[in-house]
Design a protein around this ligand. Structure first.
Ligand SMILES: NC(=O)c1ccc[n+]([C@@H]2O[C@H](COP(=O)([O-])OP(=O)(O)OC[C@H]3O[C@@H](n4cnc5c(N)ncnc54)[C@H](OP(=O)(O)O)[C@@H]3O)[C@@H](O)[C@H]2O)c1
Length: 344
C-alpha cells in the first residue's frame, strides 16, 4: 500500500514540476491529488500519462493524505499548513513561511537529510530558496574538505523563480519589443526583457534585499552557522535555470584539483569544466535536468585559501520541486512515515 500525496499549487510552475518528478521517479504513491485555488477548479494537469482534475485547496479534506507538497505561496502556507498537519499529513513547503522557524527542519537532502527527523515537532518541513538549494549542494563537499569561512555570491536568477506570471511577462515584453508594441511591466519593477534587475524580493533596512538575506540565513541553518556569506541577487531574462558566481574563502588550503575531485563524486553535483570555448554549463543546458552543475573552478588568489566557481541548476527542479520530492523520499527511506491506509 503506497502513500496518498497532495500537491497544493498544482497549476503553478513548481506544482507542475512536482507532478512530473513524482511520475519520473516512480514515487510510491497510490493516489496523487492536484489542488489549487478556486479559480482553477476543474482545470486539468498532467501526471505521467494521466490527467488530474484540480480540486480546491481551501475545502479539501486531508484526513487520508500522507504527504502534502505545498507550493501555493507563503500566505497560503501560513494559513493552511498547520491545519493540514493537524490532520496527520506531513507538509513539505516551498515558500519562505516556515524556513526560519526553529521547530521546522530546513532540508537539502544532499547536505542535511537527517534533519528530516525533526519533522515530528510541527509535521512541517521547509524547502530552501532556489538559490540557496543549488549553492549548498556545491558548497557541502568543499566545506567537508577545507572548512568554508566566507562566501561571496552573485546570482543570475531566471524569471521562472518568480512564478508563471513572471514567465509570461518576459515573453510578452520580448514580443512587444520585436513588434514595436507597448512594453507592460507588472510583475517586475523594471523591464526584464533585454535587461537585468539587481533587486529580488523586498528591500531591508540595511540595503540588502530579502532574497539576499535568505541566502545568508538558510546557508547557516542548512550547512553551518559559522559560515559568513554575502550575496547580490539579480534577475536576468532567462526562462529557467539560476546561475551563481561564487567566491569562497577556506580555513585550510585547498587546490583546484582537490576541489574538482570532491565535487565530481559529491551527491547531486556534476562538474563540467574544460578551460576552452563552451567548456562550461549555461542555464539553457541545465533546464529540465536534476543536477547542480559546477564550472569555471579556479583559484581566487585575492585571499589566502580561495576558490572561485560557477554554479548552475534548474531552479524549478533542484531549487524547488525535486528537492521537495527528495525530502519525502528521505522520510520514507528512514522509515519515518507509514501510509495511513496501511496503518488502518
Ligand atoms: N519558482 C521557483 O523557482 C521557486 C523556487 C523555490 C520556491 N518557490 C516557491 O514556491 C511557491 C510557488 O511558486 P511558483 O513559482 O510555482 O508560483 P506560480 O507559478 O505563481 O504558482 C502558484 C500556485 O499557487 C496556487 N495558489 C495561489 N493562491 C492560492 C490560494 N489562495 N489557494 C490555493 N492555491 C493558490 C496557484 O493556483 P491558481 O493557478 O489557482 O492561482 C498556483 O498553483 C512560492 O511560495 C515560491 O516562493 C518557487
Amino acid at each position: 500500500m503506497g502513500y496518498k500525496v497532495a500537491i497544493a499549487g498544482a497549476t503553478g510552475n513548481v506544482g507542475r514540476e512536482m507532478l512530473d518528478i513524482l511520475a519520473e521517479r516512480a514515487f510510491p504513491a497510490d493516489e496523487v491529488v492536484a489542488l489549487a485555488s478556486r479559480r482553477s477548479l476543474g482545470q486539468e494537469v498532467a501526471f505521467g500519462d494521466k490527467t488530474l482534475k484540480v480540486k480546491d485547496l481551501a475545502t479539501y479534506d486531508f484526513s487520508d493524505v500522507d504527504i502534502c507538497l505545498m507550493s501555493a505561496g507563503g500566505t497560503v502556507s501560513k494559513q493552511v499548513s498547520p491545519k493540514i498537519a493537524a490532520q496527520g499529513a506531513v507538509v513539505i513547503d516551498n515558500s519562505s513561511a516556515w524556513r526560519y522557524d526553529a521547530d521546522v527542519p530546513l532540508v537539502v537532502p544532499e547536505v542535511n537529510a537527517d534533519a528530516v527527523k525533526g519533522f515530528t515537532r510541527k509535521r512541517i518541513i521547509a524547502n530552501p530558496n532556489c538559490s540557496t538549494a543549488q549553492l549548498v549542494v556545491a558548497l557541502k563537499p568543499l566545506h567537508d574538505l577545507a572548512t568554508i569561512k566566507r562566501v561571496v555570491v552573485a546570482t543570475y536568477q531566471s524569471v521562472s523563480g518568480a512564478g508563471k506570471d513572471a514567465m509570461d511577462e518576459l515573453f510578452q515584453q520580448t514580443r512587444a519589443i520585436f513588434s514595436a508594441g507597448d512594453v507592460v511591466t507588472k510583475k517586475f519593477t523594471k523591464r526584464i526583457a533585454f535587461n537585468v534587475i539587481p533587486h529580488i524580493d523586498q528591500f531591508m533596512e540595511d540595503g540588502y534585499t530579502k532574497e539576499e538575506w535568505k541566502m545568508v540565513a538558510e546557508t547557516k541553518k542548512i550547512l553551518d552557522p559559522k559560515i559568513k556569506l554575502t550575496a547580490t541577487c539579480v534577475r536576468v531574462p532567462v526562462f529557467i535555470g539560476h546561475s551563481e558566481a561564487v567566491n569562497i574563502e577556506f580555513a585550510k588550503p585547498i587546490t583546484v584539483e582537490e576541489a574538482t575531485a570532491a565535487l565530481r563524486t559529491a551527491p547531486g553535483c556534476v562538474v563540467m569544466d574544460k578551460r576552452e570555448d563552451g567548456g562550461y554549463i549555461t542555464p539553457h543546458e541545465a533546464a529540465g535536468e536534476d543536477p547542480t552543475y559546477i564550472s569555471r573552478i579556479r583559484e581566487d588568489a585575492t585571499v589566502e585559501n580561495g576558490l572561485a566557481m560557477w554554479v548552475v541548476s534548474d531552479n524549478l527542479r533542484k531549487g524547488a520541486a525535486l528537492n521537495a520530492v527528495q525530502i519525502a523520499e528521505a522520510l520514507i527511506n528512514r522509515g519515518l512515515l507509514t501510509a495511513k491506509r496501511k496503518a488502518a
